[in-house]
Design a protein around this ligand. Structure first.
Ligand SMILES: *[C@@H]1O[C@H](CO)[C@@H](O)[C@H](O)[C@H]1NC(C)=O
Ligand SMILES: *[C@@H]1O[C@H](CO)[C@@H](O)[C@H](O)[C@H]1NC(C)=O
Ligand SMILES: *[C@@H]1O[C@H](CO)[C@@H](O)[C@H](O)[C@H]1NC(C)=O
Length: 197
């Protein structure tokens, strides 16, 4: 009786240890990056919010909402220019449509080979339930590209714990003055601990 059992265990032995062979002999995972799955946390609440609005970057005239605060070190290039903005955000592309907030921050020309900005801004909402809430965006914006993506790195007020991304597409541009209207779709995920008590 004992012999067949021992024999079948012996036959199973390679199957039992094979999953551990890479561990034993070293799997050589990449030194550069490694991703692991983290178990879900049941005590968290998640929600996804989408926002759609238009951004009005007025750089010309007396009512400019974006102004250069540095001169380009090399006059034949835009590299090094920093623009400070307080740009209106509206519900529709028409500048007279319902205001929903302001984009306050700056965009700095940070690419030598093309027009490319490092954009850092607070989307300060002033309409409806988001009045007073802020989303903070920090990313790369190359305005000649059809669609630009910038990370949403945080938020305050109703946007606490927010992370996400903003997609921007130029809706209209006046190539003579540089004034532009940009369509934005912002998607944010909020994953917050369920606060008890
Ligand atoms: C600036 O805004 C004022 C008030 O809205 C307006 O009357 C004026 O025409 C604007 N000026 C320019 C140069 O756009
Ligand atoms: C937004 O909040 C401010 C300050 O509480 C208030 O003065 C303003 O009227 C509000 N705006 C809207 C559109 O609700
Ligand atoms: C924003 O979303 C709308 C609706 O899905 C879409 O029509 C539009 O092309 C999007 N724009 C950008 C800049 O992602």
């Amino acid at each position: 009786m004992a012999l067949p059992q021992t024999k079948s265990l012996f036959l199973l032995f390679p199957l039992l240890v094979s999953p551990f062979i890479p561990t034993i002999f070293g799997e050589n995972p990449s030194e550069f990056s490694k991703t692991i799955d983290v178990p879900e946390e049941p005590m968290r609440r998640q929600k996804l919010t989408s926002l759609h609005f238009y951004f009005h970057d007025i750089v010309s005239g007396r009512n400019a909402t974006a102004v250069p605060v540095t001169k380009p070190p090399n006059p034949s290039s835009f590299f090094g220019v920093i623009m400070m903005m307080d740009d209106p955000l509206t519900e529709g592309p028409d500048p007279n449509s319902k205001p929903v907030g302001r984009a306050q921050g700056m965009y700095a020309s940070a690419a030598l080979e093309e027009l490319g900005f490092m954009q850092a801004m607070n989307l300060y909402f002033t309409a409806g339930k988001y009045n007073g809430s802020v989303l903070t965006v920090l990313g790369r914006n190359a305005p000649m590209h059809p669609i630009r993506e910038m990370p949403v790195i945080g938020g305050s007020g109703l946007f606490r714990f927010a992370t996400g991304y903003a997609l921007a597409r130029t809706h209209w541009v006046d190539l003579k003055t540089g004034d532009a209207i940009v369509e934005y779709n912002v998607t944010v995920m909020q994953s917050s601990p369920v606060l008890v008590g």
